[in-house]
Design a protein around this ligand. Structure first.
Ligand SMILES: Nc1ncnc2c1ncn2[C@@H]1O[C@H](COP(=O)(O)OP(=O)(O)OP(=O)(O)O)[C@@H](O)[C@H]1O
Ligand SMILES: [Mg+2]
Length: 236
């Protein structure tokens, strides 16, 4: 059996003596949207920080495209297409939309996503090229963060709670956009507390609780999983 594009095995991470992630196994298949859902403090962001190399694991391995990348530097991971849109988006409010996008271009390699293509995918960014990013709406800022990430030429695009603070209608639009990127071949790892919305577009899910993966499956099974049903109640 061939291995997944991203394969997390027995991964653990702590802050000082406090374990935040324990013994996590997560597989991200190429061309799919894999969601990681769970309540506050479950360890979702910690998982992403370990995957991009922003935090050191104290156990386990991360394999990516057949390589053991567990000890790779953050920069090497980005160069090889492991790209995170962090919670809070990480855009620079005092710079224009276009300058923020150029930052992505500078950080990345030449590849599949060109500036013209990103502007076409996000008409809202095209029409606001010269506006300061800090003056955009929350939804527009999230689009900008994703557009910028695409320009770094990801092979796996990871997003940490992109729907945070967005109205349900904007969240839906965002999810449609992620689904269309997946349909065009991009692999996505989506961390969300909005379980209902994430499930609509996901091909696979992992449910986390207090640092552990406690359930996994595909959204079709989710209807039969009591724990994921309980998590739904928190979403909207
Ligand atoms: N920098 C830190 N120092 C100490 N403890 C931390 C730090 N960051 C996170 N933690 C702890 O690690 C655990 C997992 O946190 P993490 O941020 O990964 O959860 P999360 O699932 O992303 O939560 P949320 O949905 O609120 O973003 C929590 O108990 C949290 O308090
Ligand atoms: Mg988090």
């Amino acid at each position: 059996m061939s291995e997944a594009l991203l394969e997390v095995s027995s991964l653990g991470g702590s802050y000082g003596r406090i374990p935040a992630l324990r013994d996590a196994d997560v597989s991200v298949e190429a061309g799919q949207i894999t969601s990681v859902v769970g309540a506050n403090g479950a360890g979702k962001t910690t998982l992403l920080r370990l995957l991009v190399g922003a935090h050191r694991p104290d156990a386990g391995t991360v394999r990516y495209g057949g390589d053991d990348v567990t000890r790779w530097s953050p920069a090497r991971r980005v160069r090889n297409g492991l790209v995170l849109v962090p919670e809070g988006r990480g855009i620079i409010g005092g710079m224009t939309v276009m300058d923020n996008l150029r930052l992505g271009q500078d950080a990345g390699r030449k590849g599949q996503f060109t500036l013209a293509e990103v502007l076409e995918r996000f008409p809202i960014l095209d029409s606001r090229q010269d506006r300061l990013a800090g003056l955009l709406s929350g939804g527009e800022q999230q689009m900008l963060a994703i557009g910028r990430a695409l320009l770094t030429q990801p092979r796996v695009l990871m997003l940490d709670e992109p729907s945070l603070g967005l109205a349900p209608k904007i969240t839906q639009e965002l999810m449609r956009l992620l689904a269309s990127l997946r349909d065009d071949g991009l692999t996505i790892l989506l961390v969300e507390q909005n379980v209902r919305q994430a499930m609509r577009i996901s091909d696979a899910y992992y449910l986390m609780e207090t640092g552990r993966v406690i359930a996994q499956g595909n959204p079709a099974d989710a209807a039969n999983d009591k724990r994921i049903q309980a998590a739904y109640l928190g979403g909207h």
